[in-house]
Design a protein around this ligand. Structure first.
Ligand SMILES: [Fe+2]
Length: 373
């Protein structure tokens, strides 16, 4: 293997602990109580910060199961738009102003956007400064506040990765805080929590795990660990999305594991061509990450031919309609912005196409691809 592959990433930190399986969520209250008691013993703040997907605003009963007490902070995270550095800074400042400078723990419960908020706020409370300062690789110097991730939808792998993606409000650059300190200390994976996810959203988000891994497996920078994570992620996604009922309890559990393993995979290797083009759609046209990936698949026949066929087989099987034609008729400035937003992702593009990727992904080629989607 090593004679043809460049290793890429070879030092990786994984999630400290996790619970998995139906009913795992009931462990959360216990875990939070332990964090309060240990903070109290040390004379530290005993308050907990809960960052919860806005969906739960209407389902507040869940908060009592989280052992959320008076004096804790509860913030509902809007997920229609992706995180920005300004948004993260404002949330962190609000928490600081409310006295949560060193909470006993931060809990992020929801999808990738909510979990990324929890990771970013944890890093900022401990390290100070603003979010944009830490966009990049290994720029944090201190471990964040103890953080617990509770995914309620599966696919992005945010529960397992060492990054938290956000768009820089000034430059438009979509880049995370890549650091060992960004990794969750504890993750609770309970497939009962993803029961109410709408079908389309379940499919689009789940495909993020599949797409991460097909990109990695076709890349030039790989290693044996990343490949192993990828193979099992793809295997689980096939079981889920080629079945008749992708949302039954067994498949929800499989997809939760696929999401986690897919997250481990991209912490170990790089994505490829799909994510940079998808980032263009998100940054320029405001399309959500997971649906943007699926839209990009419409133009990937030449680059990932077998997976292209399999992707459309899965979407047909599940009766999911992927939007098409969104980039057919844009003005020149918008095409230029799409090109710029996509081409800046040099690591994944080098992984997919080699060091001369710029001579392959010319502006005309990239615009052609967007027109195909
Ligand atoms: Fe992704």
């Amino acid at each position: 293997m090593s004679d043809v592959l460049k290793t890429g990433i070879n030092q990786v930190r994984n999630v400290g602990r996790f619970n998995i399986g139906s009913g795992a969520f009931s462990e959360t209250a216990n875990l939070i109580e332990k964090k309060r008691l240990s903070a109290e013993k040390k004379g530290d703040q005993i308050g907990i910060v809960f960052l919860v997907d806005h969906f739960f605003r209407e389902h507040k009963g869940i908060l009592s199961k989280l052992n959320c007490l008076q004096g804790d902070a509860v913030e509902f995270i809007e997920t229609d738009t992706e995180p920005t550095t300004d948004g993260i800074d404002m949330l962190t400042l609000k928490l600081r102003n409310d006295g949560f400078t060193n909470p006993a723990a931060i809990v992020g419960m929801g999808g990738g956007v909510t979990m990324d908020h929890a990771k970013a706020v944890s890093n900022l409370l401990a390290n100070g400064g603003s979010a944009a300062q830490y966009q990049g690789w290994d720029l944090l110097t201190l471990p964040g506040i103890f953080k617990i991730g509770i995914p309620t939808i599966s696919g992005t792998g945010a529960e397992a990765t060492r990054t938290c993606v956000m768009t820089n409000s000034d430059t438009g650059l979509k880049l995370g805080m890549n650091s060992d300190f960004t990794v969750f200390d504890h993750v609770i994976m309970d497939p009962d929590l993803s029961k109410t996810v709408p079908r389309d959203q379940y499919f689009f988000t789940g495909m993020d795990a599949y797409i991460h891994c097909i990109e990695s497996m076709a890349g030039q920078y790989r290693n044996a660990m990343g490949d192993a994570y990828c193979r099992e992620t793809i295997n689980l996604c096939r079981q889920v999305f080629l079945s008749d009922d992708m949302q039954n309890i067994s498949n929800r559990e499989r997809l939760m594991v696929a999401s986690y393993l897919g997250g481990c995979a991209i912490a170990t290797s790089y994505v490829g061509l799909i994510h940079p083009l998808s980032a263009g759609l998100s940054v320029v046209l405001g399309i959500h990450h997971c649906i943007a990936n699926c839209i990009v698949m419409g133009a990937m026949e030449d680059y990932y031919p077998k997976e292209y066929d399999e992707f459309w087989e899965m979407s047909d099987r599940q009766g999911i309609v992927v939007p098409k034609g969104l980039c057919n008729d844009l003005d020149e400035a918008t095409y230029n912005a799409l090109f710029k937003a996509a081409i800046m992702h040099n690591k994944p593009l080098t992984n997919a196409l080699g060091e001369n990727y710029q001579s392959i992904m010319t502006i005309d080629r990239v615009i052609d691809l967007y027109k195909k989607m």
